[in-house]
Design a protein around this ligand. Structure first.
Ligand code: C2O
Ligand code: CU
Ligand code: CU
Length: 483
């Protein structure tokens, strides 16, 4: 496999003193206004993948690689459409690397799925056209070139893809300025203040972690709100972090949806855990709060399952960034306007019929292994043209993922939404954020997770992979064909 990021002068090759000297000094704790990326309908729009310099905080510029309709912004534009509409997008790759866009969570024809073998060169264009089949939900897009997804997504090649439908409209959820996209990222800076992406040996196993939090491409953001109910569309677009999202006030949030749209009913939660690729559709209530009140959306501290094994010893030499499980301030809300309005009244959510296990024609087993500098599925690293599994069109199947490794694996399937049936070993439980429809599920070390899906939308070649972007680029990915 290619190792282009890992050759040359990596941080590991520098003496520790040089690393310390190169650290950017901590600045005053002034937070930057969040940006809300502009929304576009996918009606023939040209989206350009581009390297550009833009503000990531007031008075501070950096180079990002992002998806834009022209203007320099630190994050990808938001695409918004409706179930049943048709989507058409022209992707133009102005990056200096090959690239291709993937619509994460959407069921689309093979040609529109952004498989890495479809990647285009610099200056080339790729036209996507597909009917929007998915129900309302918080989907997203990101680039997906072979071995370079991690670096490209890290540098900003990602955005939200929101779908609305009539069922969701009927619920009267907060919208307009009361609906906030929250694309979570993180970066590390090099000596010149640019984003560094250079996983050292240990990070090629565990994953790559930033030293600084970014939301919608803005470092340490803040956002002014009314004293009212808000809807947050949260996407974990970090390379490797598992966020435990909660509020600084300790107040509960209402989880209304996950990867594949609304849950069958809203659930009050203290926190929600999201691995890379997973989404949470959250209601956060600022009503009754005095003007001047501040609420921080945080990543609450937790103990990662592999802390003992791979803690701070020699294994982490040269690694940087905030370790997995670090308490982080993500997005600050400041109540700047008091309003009194009638609260949102929960109405019945659209039902979700469980897929019965008995309807599955077979169970497939997948062993997700990270060991000896290799990331594999059933002992094999990804090969572009090898079809690893063939699924008969129309079949319902159970896919069972087990994780004998030391690291968590957020496992993702292209093309289908699945239901999570069970988790044994490890945490041995299913969580509120694993109800409804999912396309990515977290498998901790020692766990076995079963999901069930029906493969009845398109025939063609799709991917299953770990969404820790370092694992994915390192080979923990396979082709499956629906035939
Ligand atoms: Cu976010 Cu291959 O996917
Ligand atoms: Cu995907
Ligand atoms: Cu993994």
């Amino acid at each position: 496999m290619r190792r282009r990021h890992f050759l040359g002068l990596t941080a590991a090759a520098l003496p520790a003193a040089a690393l310390l000297r190169n650290r950017i000094p901590v600045e005053a704790a002034e937070r930057a206004p969040l940006i809300i990326p502009p929304e576009f309908k996918p009606n023939g729009k040209r989206l350009v993948g581009k390297e550009l310099r833009t503000e990531i905080a007031p008075g501070r510029q950096a180079t990002v690689w992002t998806v834009t309709t022209g203007e320099p912004r630190p994050t990808g534009v938001t695409i918004r459409t409706r179930t049943g509409d048709s989507a058409s997008v022209l992707f133009q790759n102005d990056l200096r690397q090959t690239s291709i866009l993937h619509w994460h969570g959407l069921s689309v024809p093979e040609k529109a799925d952004g498989h890495p073998r479809l990647a285009i060169g610099t200056g080339e264009q790729y036209r996507y056209a597909f009917p929007v089949k998915n129900r309302a939900g918080t989907y997203w897009y990101h680039s997906h070139p072979h071995h370079m997804t991690g670096e490209q997504v890290y540098r900003g090649m990602a955005g939200l893809f929101l779908i609305n439908d009539a069922d969701e409209d009927a619920l009267g959820l907060p919208r307009g300025a009361r609906e906030i996209p929250v694309l979570l990222g993180e970066r590390r800076f090099d000596a010149s203040g640019e984003f560094a992406f250079n996983p050292v040996m240990h990070e090629r196993m565990e994953g790559f972690f930033g030293s600084d939090v970014f939301v919608n491409g803005i470092k340490d953001p803040t956002h002014n709100v009314d004293s009212a109910l808000y809807r947050l569309r949260v996407v974990n677009a970090t390379p490797s972090r598992i966020h435990r999202l909660g509020l600084s006030t300790g107040a509960q949030m209402t989880l209304i949806g996950v990867d594949g749209g609304l849950l069958p009913a809203p659930i009050r939660v203290d926190y929600v855990e999201l691995g890379t690729g997973e989404r949470a559709d959250l209601l956060v209530d600022f009503s009754g709060m005095a003007v001047g009140s501040k609420v921080m959306l945080k990543s609450l501290p937790y103990k990662p399952p592999y802390a003992m094994a791979m803690g701070m010893g020699m294994g982490r030499m040269g690694a940087g960034g905030n370790p997995q499980g670090t308490e982080l301030d993500l997005l600050e809300f400041v109540v700047t306007k008091a309003v009194t309005e009638r609260g949102w009244a929960a109405r019945p959510f659209p039902a979700i019929a469980p897929i019965a296990s008995a309807t599955a024609s077979r169970t497939r087993e997948f062993v997700m292994q990270s060991a000896m500098m290799q990331h594999t599925i059933n002992g094999k690293a990804f090969e572009m043209d090898r079809i690893d599994e063939v699924v008969p069109f129309g079949a319902t199947e159970i896919w069972r993922f087990s994780n004998p490794s030391q690291f968590p694996h957020p496992v993702h399937l292209h093309e289908v939404q699945f239901q999570v049936l069970s988790r044994t070993g490890g945490r041995a439980a299913l969580f509120p954020w694993e109800g409804g429809w999912k396309d990515t599920v977290m498998v901790y070390p020692g766990e076995t997770v079963e999901v069930i899906a029906t493969f009845d939308q398109h025939r063609g070649r799709y991917l299953m992979h770990c969404h820790n972007l370092v694992h994915e680029d390192g080979g923990m990915m396979m082709n499956y064909e629906i035939k």
